[in-house]
Design a protein around this ligand. Sequence first.
Ligand code: HEC
Ligand code: HEC
Ligand code: HEC
Length: 446
Amino acid sequence: MLFVVLVAACAAAIGYKVADKAPSADLAADDQMLAIIESAGCMDCHSASPNLPFYASLPVAGDLVKADAEKGYRAYNIEPTVKALKEGGLVNEVSVAMIERVLLKGTMSPAKYYLVHWGAAINDTERDMAMEWAKAYRAEHYPNPLAAEEWANETIRPIPDSLAVDSRKVELGKLLFHDGRLSLDNTISCASCHNLETGGVDNKQYSEGVGGQFGGVNAPTVFNAYFNFVQFWDGRAATLADQAAGPPLNPVEMASESFDQICAKLQADENMVKMFAEIYPDGITEANITNAIQEFEMTLLTPNSPFDRYLKGDNDALSAEEIEGYDLFKENGCATCHAGETLGGKTYEYMGRFDNYFEKRGLEMTEEDNGRFKQTKDEYDRHCFKVPGLRNLALTAPYFHDGTMKTIEEAVQAMAHYECGVDLTEQDNQKISAFMRSLTGEYKAK
Ligand code: HEC
Ligand code: HEC
Ligand code: HEC
């Protein structure tokens, strides 16, 4: 096989090629990282227009390389990271975690690639530099002041007790969140589908709106939604206020005809007119309604879960099984996509990285299965979803955008299989699931 011949021919050269290459210690940390990415050929497999090596045009080795490049780009796009490093932008925390993880495990670049591609292997000096970069980058750009020192560099951060809010807006927003008048027939409020007594969800596969109509996607929780980088599974709302403008006019949710219609109903309520006037000079408007709802949602935080107390330094807050579960959560790569305050909500990720989820599911494809693609019409985004947060998971069944997973165990098993390429033993699943159950926090100290 030509590939083997190539490997044999090149292997001899590798020893000294690899030995002494490393970016200068005088370079800034970001530039060192950039140099490592470039010399290790990461861009060859993780960008839209890979600069493939010369042998990619050869029959056998070429096909292998192309298949790897396709699979690699599907799993991870490094372009935004390279751009941010070059231009001084912010590297996403999920990217920092993913790069750190593959380097720690020594899986990148793949051996069969660097055996052929002279000098692309990462040596120990480079690995140490890159790991140092990831740690320092996270400490600087994603600080974790609530965590005990031991956990200050974890990819996951505790939920703060509160955020700075305007209490008058919160009071108004709370009323609006529970107000049926936002819906056409006055029967459905935000709380109908986001019940604050049941984890901020309705515990149904699909939500029921005005007139008993059903939507086509599972309702995520409103608790801690503030920490999401965008809202909705497909990210179509940039902020909570943008988001709150959606459901009232959605024909299968609240089905109002217009915000004029909603404002007219509220305008007939003396108390509402007074409350709005006290905060907003222009009174009852769409922008003011959604602004108040957003402010209220900023108080929907659930701090002090057992896991958060553990991160804050209380070693007894988790059982031995839950701690082992957290270790497995990190070891299997869950804590890369599920990072940040809510263990998610920081990136879009492809559902089915290691196996075809939608084929195996055995249900007909729906419009919602297209995920982020619905917004961008970019083929790369088909089946990409905003990663859901995992806070209060024990309260928010069923799971996944399609609401097909009924238990935490099922969801964990599927995640490991489709997103990590690992089939968990029953024991490991139990431990991770126990850890998942330690993520239930307190709402208003309850
Ligand atoms: C020859 C092609 C190739 C090269 C070169 C390569 N990768 Fe990969 N990479 C892959 C493939 C294939 C996958 C998906 C399968 C896997 O994870 O092993 C992947 C997966 C990844 C992932 C996702 C890991 C996860 O969490 O599942 C990251 C991050 C990554 N690579 C980073 C890098 C970095 C950084 C470099 C450079 C040091 C690099 N890769 C070089 C092919 C490549
Ligand atoms: C009929 C049920 C229903 C009603 C009423 C409803 N929602 Fe939702 N909500 C959903 C569903 C379903 C989704 C997911 C839709 C999607 O991603 O396309 C969602 C998504 C959200 C999200 C995004 C969370 C995330 O993680 O992306 C927020 C925030 C939210 N709703 C708040 C509200 C507010 C505020 C109201 C009232 C103005 C409201 N919802 C009314 C069902 C409902
Ligand atoms: C490559 C990124 C990625 C990795 C790695 C990953 N997940 Fe996920 N996770 C997602 C995405 C995307 C979804 C939403 C999938 C969907 O709804 O179709 C999700 C959903 C979930 C859910 C369901 C949440 C809900 O409310 O619906 C759980 C539980 C979960 N993941 C746990 C895990 C565990 C445990 C691991 C490790 C074994 C893991 N994930 C690894 C991206 C990832």
